[in-house]
Design a protein around this ligand. Structure first.
Ligand SMILES: [Zn+2]
Length: 153
């Protein structure tokens, strides 16, 4: 397999990876919620075991690789906006671009009732209910009484 991959050109690699991606997406779309949960638990355990076995150098290398991949991925997503601020065109409808329009705050957190954007994670307001009712929850600030008993009698 390694020799086969070493011999493939970038077009072959892209075709192979596209096929792999499509098969994996179809497989995941067909799996039951129980199977998905089981797969994710297996993945979590495998990653935890792998990370526990890392030495500090391997850990640092993995973190740096991950940071580099994430930075490259983020940069690649925004190449269409590179230096756009320096050539702003008021005729462009920037807010209709799907990558720039983040939608409405129409999702409601089931734990703290905070309004959230479509793709906002569960942890952004109250960590999925873990911090609900603590001083860190934005909703708890909203429920602080607006009148206080007088301390002067
Ligand atoms: Zn919340």
């Amino acid at each position: 397999m390694a020799a086969t991959r070493a011999a493939e050109d970038s077009e072959d690699a892209r075709t192979r990876l596209d096929g792999q991606r499509a098969r994996q997406a179809a497989s995941r779309a067909a799996e039951s919620p129980e199977r998905r949960q089981s797969r994710r638990e297996d993945d979590r355990a495998r990653h935890a075991a792998s990370r526990a076995a890392e030495n500090p150098i391997q850990r640092r290398t993995r973190s740096e690789d991950q940071r580099r991949r994430q930075a490259a991925s983020r940069a690649a997503q925004w190449t269409f906006m590179k230096r756009e601020a320096f050539r702003y065109d008021p005729a462009n409808n920037y807010d209709s671009h799907p990558q720039l329009n983040i939608g409405q705050m129409s999702n409601v957190c089931p734990y703290c009732n905070a309004l959230k954007w479509h793709a906002e994670t569960r942890g952004m307001c109250c960590s999925g209910g873990k911090n609900y009712g603590t001083k860190w929850c934005c909703q708890s600030y909203l429920t602080v009484p607006t009148t206080f008993p007088s301390v002067c009698g």
